[in-house]
Each structure stands twice: as C-alpha cells, then as structure tokens.
Design a protein around this ligand. Sequence first.
Ligand code: AGP
Length: 609
Amino acid sequence: MCGIIGYLGSRLAIPVLLEGLYAQEYRGYDSAGIATIEEGRLNIYKSTGKIAELDKKIGGQYGSATAGIGHTRWATHGKPSDINCHPHVDCRQKIALVHNGIIENYQEVKAALQDQGHHFLSDTDTEVLPHLLEQYYQGDLLAAMQEACGHVKGFYAMLALCLEEPRRIVAARLDNPLIIGIGQGEYYFASDMSALIDYTREMIILQNGDIADVSDQGVVIYNQGQKVERSVKHIDWDKEAAKKGGYPHFMLKEIHEQPKVLAQTMQGRLQEDCRRVDLNELALQKQDLQNIDQIAIVACGTAYHAGLIGKQVIEKLLRMPVMVELASEFIHNDPLIDQHTLGVVISQSGETMDTLAALRVFRENGAKVLAICNVVDSTIAREADQVLYTMAGPEIAVASTKAYSSQLMLLYMLAFHLAQILQRHSDEQLNVWLKAMYQLPQLAAALLAENEETIKTLAKTISDWQDAFFIGRGLDYAVAQEGALKLKEISYIHAEAYAAGELKHGTIALITPKVPVIALATQEPLLKMMVSNIVELKTRGAYVIALTRGAAPEVEHVADAVIHLPETDELLTPVLSVIPLQLLAYYAALYRDCDIDQPRNLAKSVTVP
Ligand code: AGP
C-alpha cells in the first residue's frame, strides 16, 4: 500500500523525505514523489519506478526547503505514471497533497468540481482532494481540510501543504494509518513508524477522523470539529519490527490484515443496502453472457485454489459449466475453449509466467479474458481484456494469505454480479448472500481474536508431525487444498489434501495411529458424511482436528480437537475457514523455526515457466 512521509522543521526537507520514502519501500510501490515549499515556490518532483530514480532526478539539488511531503504510490486507480504519481496539486498549483487510501466517490466529486471549472491532469481518485481544498480554501488550510473531508467517502491518510502558509502541514486520517513524530522543534509524518524511528521515538498515532494542524507552534488535533488530545507514545520497537507493524513476520501481519482487506475489496462494489453488487469496472452485458457457454478459470498455486472455490460458487449461482485448470497443465492440454468461453486468470503478482501463457492461449482461441490481479498495471492486468483488482495491498510474505481471501471475495462478487445480470436468483436470496458477505470482515476479525491462542496450541502438536492430511467435501475440499499448501510451503511438513469421500478408495491405508488429519466439516448437507469419515479415521487411531461452522456437537463427540468458525452462510464459509489453516501453518512453521516470510526454494512471483 502507498507510503506517506512529511517534514516540518529546520533541517533540509528533501533528504529527510527521501530517507523516509526509502524506509517505507518494503510496502510495495510503483512510483514516488515529493513536494517542498521554498522562497515562495512549490517544487514538485515525481518519478515512476524506484525511489532511486526520484533521487537521481533531484540529483542532490536539495535547495533550502525545510518543509515538505512525499509519497510512494501503490496504484489502485490509474496506472503507474509520472502524471498519476503523487503529490497532486490544485489548478493554481498552490496546494500539494499526498494520499494513501481510496476515495470511493471520486467520480461524482470530480464531476462536480469540473462543473465548477476545475481542470484535472491525472486519472487517479486522489486528485479530487487538492481541488476540493482549493474549492474551500479561504486563507486557512485547516478549515479547507475540515470542509473537504466532509465531501469524500472512502478511506485516507493524507498530508497537504499550501504556498500561502509555508510553515504549516495539515494531516487527516480515516482507516489508513498516519503517525506524527515529535522532534526538537521539528515534526515528522509517516504511514508507519519504521520511517521515523531514526529521528524520534516520540509519536502520535492519529485516530480515525483526526485532522492535525502542524506548524512551528506545535500540533493541534481536531476530530469532528472539536479539539482533541492524543497522547505522545514512546516507541521502543526496532526498525525491522516497525516495518511489520509490530508483528514478528509479514505473514502474520498479512493474516491479521484480512478483515480490513475483505472490507476494502467490497468497498465501492457492494452497495450499502446489500441489495446489489456493482462491478463497474466490468463491461459484461447480458448479451455477452448469453454468448458464453462455459467459464474457464486458470491460475497457479494459491490462486488456483481460489479458482476451485470460484468454480463451485459460479456453477451454483449461474448453472453454467466452470472449468478450473492449473496454468502449467492448461497451456499444454490443447484445451476445449473458443469464442464462447470466458477465460478468468487469477494472479496476485500479475507476473506468473504460466498464468500469462494461459492468458495468451485463451486469446489465441478467441476467448475473452478477465484477470483478477492484485498488482495494478502488471503484465497480466495489461494483457487481459478486463481486470478486477483485489484490494489486498502489497503482499510481502511468499505464502499468500490476504491476496487469496481478496481473490475469493472478488470471485463471490463476480458470481453475484453475473447472477444479477442473468436474473438467476430472487432479489431476496441475493440479499441474504450479500448481507452475509458484508458481515465477513467483522466475523474474520472475531475469528482471529477468539481462536488464535487455541490454534497456536494445536500448531505446537502439528509441528511434531512429518505428514498431515487435510480432508473435506465440496467447498471444504477446495479449502483443504489451500490449507495443505500453506502447511507444506512454510513448515515443510508433507501435507496432502484429500476428498473425504475418496479416503476409502486407497488413502485410508496410510491412516495408522497418530497420523494427523485436519477435517473441514462446515457444509451442513455433508456434515453427517464428514462425521462418519472422522469416525473411520478415529477407529484407525488418527489424531483429528476438525473445523466446523457453529456448535456442531456431533463433531465435538468424535474429533480430538475442534475449531468453531463463526456462523455465516455456508456458501461464504471458505472466506473464514481458510484463516485457521493459515494460522496453523504459520505457528507450526514458527515452532519448527522455519524461515516463514521467505521459505526455502520459493519466490513470491514465479516469472519462469
Ligand atoms: C502461495 O502461497 C504461493 N506463494 C504460490 O502458490 C502462489 O500462489 C503462486 O505462485 C501464484 O502466484 P500469483 O498469484 O502471483 O500468480
């Protein structure tokens, strides 16, 4: 996700800003920029690519500015380019602003501002903000910010400065982190603490709705128009820990980011009354769908496992055949696809070579391709006919967690969106599903809060295992495959996912005393069969950890340990059931002292076939 930096004090601002941007590089970005004010001039420096490119453009010409703001951009709206790079300015080029987050209602705000004569240069959502400030500016940047924030929906962490008030920076925070560092007569701003720790450990963590007015006279914070007090915290983290937000590994941080990511992926797409899903970025009309006789989902690894869920959900909602293939197989199988196939490729990085090759096979056979990607303007996103972006932010750990959850959310929303177009289900039924989907972020947060300690204890048991089976039926079988991959790739325990109904066709020969099995039993119509599978395993001495939805006393009676998921519609349960499996893998790897964020032999993006 984007990184923000700001400085107001007596040092030269540009070196401080550049250092702060370098310190936040790990957050992932595709361009960077800085704005400073000196001698009555607003200086803007921007560059796509690495911060080193920006540094080179500045070329050591630091001038005399002692106030400025900076930004590393992780593109969400508008491809990476100099013009889309922050800081953005108003028409008069007197106000500069940097922003981390998404302005959901930016199209309507932009149209209203254009009607008032404002001219826009970029295709970003952010650019509406400096123009809003300009619209409301009457000599007081704080008042303009307070007014502007009342006109935007979405989430933001932003800094603004104005040529007419050169010793003032105004900050605003809603749902995205923003820190103010307090030095000796100098003030720092950043998205996270790691960028400030070299300068100060005294920090104010802005709260939602806070607007901070910072000048040489100090920091004054307002919330809903009222002055508020925020305590200055002494931060004793080391720099490395600060990058992970205090978590020991990026993987654990990203597992815990999932409630926010689920909400972010729905924002602007699920209507507040949960009556409709609007994937506005998708240009698929009824006649296009009537020309489609199958959907083919192709991906690798975890993205492929997301596709397995997508298959079952889309087939259930649309009653249309959905094929799911591993990209590495698909490209060599002379697949049965044509212009009546809708190709769907899923890729967090948007750079996986096999998945890119699959996209090209679709195109060669006349099939339109929809990409589901996390990296804006990545190769796969660029080559697809249409793209839906997950809003997971940069995923640093090699083991994919929050990107998978975000992929699931998009696949659910795609299924609902297509079902709406084809009028496959009553509004009432869709409303039930959409309401359940809307609840998922808080259910995920509750699941993490209530189960992590139990799961950590179970992981201690698992960490002694050499082998493990994951079993399930239907959607649970698809999630079991992701659970097995997580355990394999970070704890190096051999794990196999198996359709529970298949055990008696051979694999149950491997079940001997103490062989561990993780049984997913969340699907009501299949529960009785899962209970009998667990009994079969227990009679052969297996150690069974079960995952169930709600109480499920019949499972309690037979399994050695049970993890209860929060109640939700069973169609949507995979979004929750994967979280305990991610935590089990994480803590098992921790107990086995594995290199969790960079497992042996693995890369975050497999750009070779
Ligand atoms: C998932 O934990 C793995 N890191 C890997 O399977 C990954 O999902 C796969 O390589 C696909 O990557 P992509 O989503 O970037 O295409």
